[in-house]
Design a protein around this ligand. Structure first.
Ligand SMILES: NC(=O)c1ccc[n+]([C@@H]2O[C@H](COP(=O)([O-])OP(=O)(O)OC[C@H]3O[C@@H](n4cnc5c(N)ncnc54)[C@H](O)[C@@H]3O)[C@@H](O)[C@H]2O)c1
Length: 289
């Protein structure tokens, strides 16, 4: 089924890389005009040049309330309105454990990953109301649903994004604004190799990740940014017109159950362990007799 965003205007945050960039490409292909927002000016300008007339880049730090408000205004002014917001910008935030957490580090992660989403919606509302409705998609994570998938402050913020999306869907339904979230699994993007990482290490990490990514979940291929972009396109477009206040898990099955439920190698390893245990128990009962 092909999804049309013809005549629609979208803001996508974190647009210069990974999931954001793939979403810009999908949205443009579907006919939308996109205001691509990011702190990465060089990446944003490249994107703008790749889609002249369809994509305009806007420097926006989602930690800044002013930048967010201006971004929504610029989208409206540039393209004549705002119909879709993909609140997607993010990074790992503080990697600190709870035991070593400080208020400052906690606030940093929450501001980057949760407050940004709340304020993105807040400043999109008037523009969407003026259009008679809209669709908001927020990027959460599998880390919102299970422990051990990311740093603790990141995971808590992403869980916040899920509930925020649900509450916002309830509040904004009166304006015909739908709100949904996406929970990506392990997706090969630059999020694991931040800008300040030395380039040699970056390349090595990317190589290792790409070679092992197909083994991370039941669907045995790497998760790609476009897998999430297609989910975003669905939630932003008319095919999901009766869908609001929920989330779509796009994780290749990572959350279906423990590794032993789907990985034959893990099942064989466990069987061997069990056989060893039984053999040990049999030996013990023989020596007791
Ligand atoms: N890649 C994964 O495995 C994965 C899994 C679950 C969730 N996510 C989420 O997906 C979203 C996109 O990440 P990605 O994987 O595409 O990573 P990425 O690093 O490729 O892209 C993130 C983009 O966000 C931008 N950005 C970072 N901080 C910003 C800020 N303060 N203001 C504006 N832009 C900012 C970066 O410049 C970059 O262009 C994030 O919210 C991330 O938490 C990713």
């Amino acid at each position: 089924m092909s999804i049309s965003l013809d005549g629609k205007v979208a803001v996508i945050t974190g647009a210069a890389s990974g999931i954001g960039r793939a979403s810009v490409e999908r949205f443009v292909e579907a006919g939308a005009k996109v205001l691509a927002a990011d702190i990465d000016e060089a990446g944003g300008r490249l994107l703008e040049a790749a889609f002249p007339g369809q994509v305009v880049f806007q420097t926006c730090d989602v930690m800044s309330e002013d930048d967010i408000a201006v971004t929504m205004e610029v989208a409206s002014q540039t393209f004549g309105g705002l119909d879709i917001l993909f609140n997607n910008a993010g990074a790992g935030g503080s990697p600190t454990s709870l035991e070593e957490m400080t208020g400052e580090l906690w606030d940093y992660s929450q501001n980057l990953l949760l407050r940004s989403v709340a304020l993105g919606m807040r400043y999109a509302i008037p523009h969407m109301k003026a259009r008679g409705g809209g669709a908001i998609v927020n990027t959460a994570s599998v880390a919102a649903l299970s422990a051990g998938m990311g740093p603790i402050a990141y995971s808590a913020a992403k869980a916040g994004v899920l509930h925020l999306s649900k509450c916002a869907a309830a509040e904004l339904s009166k304006y015909s604004i739908r709100v949904n979230a996406i929970c990506p699994g392990f997706i090969l993007t630059n999020i694991f190799t931040p800008g300040d990482m030395p380039s040699q290490i970056k390349s090595a990490v990317q190589l290792t990740m790409r070679s092992g990514a197909h083994m991370a979940q039941p669907i045995q291929r790497p998760g790609e940014a476009d897998d999430i972009a297609q989910a975003a396109l669905y939630l932003a477009g008319p095919a999901s017109g009766f869908v609001t206040g929920t989330h779509l898990v796009v994780d290749g099955g990572m959350l279906v159950g423990p590794r032993s439920s789907w990985d034959p190698e893990e099942q064989a390893r466990r069987l061997k362990e069990r056989e060893k245990l039984w053999a040990g128990a049999a030996e013990l009962s023989r020596s007791d007799a």
